[in-house]
Structures are given as C-alpha cells and as structure tokens.
Design a protein around this ligand. Structure first.
Ligand code: FES
Length: 110
C-alpha cells in the first residue's frame, strides 16, 4: 500500500485544508486532487508557468529537497516570490519526509 502523507495548505484568506496526499504525487497534484483553491498549475506540472507557487512554512525550508535551477528561474515569474520560502509545488514530490508539511498560498497567482 502506498503511504499517505499529511499536508496542510493554507489559503491567503487563512482557510486551512489538511489533506492526505499519496506518496509519489507532487504537492501541486495534492492540491488539485482535493480541489484546494489557490494553486492553479496552468502548465500541468511542467515547471513552465509558476502558478503553482507557494510559501513553505519556515520550519520546512531546510527539510525540503534543494531547489533546482529550472525551478529557481521559473519562480522569478511568480507573483511576489520570497527568496527563502517560495517553491513551485509541481517540483515537490511527496514522500514520507514531507509528513506534516505546511504551505501557504500567495495572494494570487500570475
Ligand atoms: Fe506550472 Fe508548476 S504547474 S510551474
């Protein structure tokens, strides 16, 4: 059986969604499959749109896999990116290490 990983998505208005996401999916797919607003993912996960942008909770910054060059470049096109906390959720694969992850959506996607 595939492990389920708890992830909390917090909308800009403060609404929290705690959901179980199947390991192997991306954090973006977890939001999409649970109809969580605030992550648009226009390019479908190809790291080509930046509309899956979130701010990860400070406590998670060091626990996530390093940001790749492509993700870093694409983040520059996101709405109001933050140098330390911004990530593209389509580039974050869900593993057991992400149990309890908290992400916050920006005021808007581009
Ligand atoms: Fe387009 Fe993540 S879904 S960059």
């Amino acid at each position: 059986p595939t492990a389920m990983v708890k992830i909390t998505y917090i909308e800009f208005n403060g609404t929290e969604h705690q959901v179980d996401v199947e390991e192997g999916l991306t954090v973006m797919e977890g939001a999409r499959d649970n109809d969580i607003p605030g992550i648009e993912a226009d390019c479908g996960g190809a790291c080509a749109c930046s509309t899956c942008h979130v701010y990860v909770d400070e406590s998670w910054i060091d626990k996530l896999p390093n940001i790749e060059e492509m993700e870093k470049d694409m983040l520059e096109f996101a709405y109001s990116p933050d140098e330390t906390t911004s990530r593209l959720t389509c580039q974050l694969t869900v593993t057991e290490d992400l149990e309890g992850l908290i992400v916050r959506m920006p005021e808007k996607q581009i």
